[in-house]
Write a protein that binds this ligand. Structure first.
Ligand code: GLY
Ligand code: MN
Length: 463
């Protein structure tokens, strides 16, 4: 947790941005896995972490903007809790860490809210994404869960997005720390990428590293020889010579910031000529995207430029053909990369996706596209200093998608379907780094970049 001035300042800014009414921000509760006493690892709500910083269940922060008062609602531990979990700081002591002076028992909250509702005061809350918080707000406000989901505060949502999107120096240090753990995970994955190794062994080992160095993985690890399946959580394969292992994995550090890297390693470190050629195209797309990213440029245009590099690179090896601009307008590169170039990253790996992906990644001047491929870009708007994003182009050969496009004649003037047949079992290559937008350009979030060229990766695998 940062010093309490960080949280005090953030809440001051939130207050200014929203202007009037009451803000209620419930933290998360424990979530049962197979019964209440056997829960998933506790994960605090990211906006609660951002404004309050406290990593304990069942807390509610309330800000009365009109009367300039704030409260932390919660409950002191009972003797039974202490027997089970040991002694923990009192609620008052925790509130001080967050710079909040008034603590109240959770039993007081309904009274407070019903008073506010009677006086018809505006109460702001974010759209809940956990059923428990939806039901909690439903009971508190006497509205159906459906109404609760629909009547969240747009003002609060846009204020939170605007604030959380711009990372401070202390946040950038945390992101670099998450990157440090991600680095260690990927180096181990590369070293383990040997013929006969089990995917689940590699995935389990690096997830263990994320647990020992931080709060575990920032999302379920994607690790597979079937890299053409974008979110492949199946780790049942045995690594084979001649194939590629796509590893998309990252860590959450102890202060809850995420990293998200992808490297695609040839099993045993031996890239074939075909694999090297595709790898180099994707690598150019990563590096050129980082060079292009700067304040004032839309990420949508960086995505389109990555499509250009991929289309032209594939044209050189005979998989695509025709005029680049026409192909980009027709969406032809989406056959090979049906996902977006990247997303914001911060306290969430897809930062604030719970607040609405389009609300986070687009605005009045930059609208989301509807065309296949382009529409999957999660973050498209104009870049600003302090934005932190992933850059993750890829080239995939998805047999079912190739068959569909071929059968329907989609973009047939730009794709050499005959030649493509010989790539059906290639798999896929993705390369992903995390960048911070600076005043003049973009930089990697961390000091040490993971090995990224075919030569660099081969060297790690061979050691
Ligand atoms: N690295 C997983 C994702 O971006 O969805
Ligand atoms: Mn990602």
């Amino acid at each position: 947790m940062f010093s309490n001035t960080t949280y005090i300042n953030r809440r001051q800014e939130l207050k200014k941005k929203i202007g009037s009414g009451i803000v209620i921000l419930p933290g998360n509760s424990e979530a049962a896995m197979n019964y209440a006493g056997n829960g998933y690892a506790f994960r605090q709500d990211s906006s609660f972490i951002y404004y309050v910083g406290l990593n304990m269940p069942d807390l509610v922060y309330l800000l009365d903007i009109d009367n300039d008062r704030e409260y932390l609602f919660g409950d002191e531990l009972t003797i039974d809790d202490v027997i089970w979990m040991g002694s923990l700081p009192s609620l008052k002591e925790r509130a001080e860490k967050a710079g909040i002076n008034t603590v109240e028992s959770s039993t007081q909250l309904p009274k407070y809210i019903s008073g506010a509702l009677k006086s018809k005061r505006k109460i702001h809350y974010l759209k809940p994404y956990r059923y428990r918080n939806k039901l909690f707000l439903s009971e508190l406000f006497g509205k159906s869960p459906q109404e609760i989901s629909e009547s969240f505060s747009l003002d609060m949502t846009s204020a939170v997005i605007a604030m959380r999107l711009i990372k401070s120096e202390e946040e950038l240090r945390e992101l670099a720390d998450a990157g440090r753990i991600g680095y260690a995970m990927h180096i181990v994955a590369m070293k383990m990428c040997q013929p006969g190794a089990l995917e689940r062994d590699v995935a389990g080992t690096i997830e263990g590293l994320a647990i020992s160095a931080g709060n575990g993985v920032s999302f379920p690890t994607i690790l597979s020889m079937n890299g053409q399946t974008l979110h492949n959580h199946d780790h049942s394969g045995t690594l084979e010579t001649g194939r590629l292992m796509l590893c998309d994995a990252g860590a959450e550090n102890l202060n809850h910031y995420a990293s998200d890297f992808t490297r695609t390693t040839a099993v045993g470190g031996k890239y074939t000529a075909r694999q090297t050629a595709i790898h180099n195209i994707v690598l150019s797309a990563v590096n050129e995207s980082i060079s292009m990213a700067r304040p004032g440029v839309t990420y949508k245009s960086v995505h389109r430029n990555a499509y250009r590099i991929i289309f032209e690179g594939l044209r050189e090896i005979g998989l695509t053909c025709g005029n680049t601009e026409d192909a980009l307008t027709a969406g032809a590169p989406a056959l090979f990369m049906p996902h977006g170039l990247g997303h914001a990253i911060g306290l969430d790996v897809h930062d604030m996706e719970n607040l609405g992906e389009t609300s986070v990644g687009y605005d009045e001047t930059t609208k989301r596209e509807t065309m296949f491929g382009y529409r999957s870009l999660r973050f498209g708007k104009r870049l600003e200093p302090g934005h932190v994003l992933t850059v993750e182009p890829g080239v995939y050969f998805i047999p079912q998608l190739i068959d569909k496009w071929k059968a329907e004649g989609i973009c047939k003037e730009f794709i050499n379907f005959d030649r493509l047949e010989t790539y059906r079992d290639f798999g896929g290559i993705r390369i992903e780094d995390n960048i911070a937008i600076t005043e003049k350009g973009a930089r990697l979030v961390y000091e040490k970049r993971l090995p990224i060229t075919v030569e660099e990766i081969t060297e790690v695998v061979s050691v």
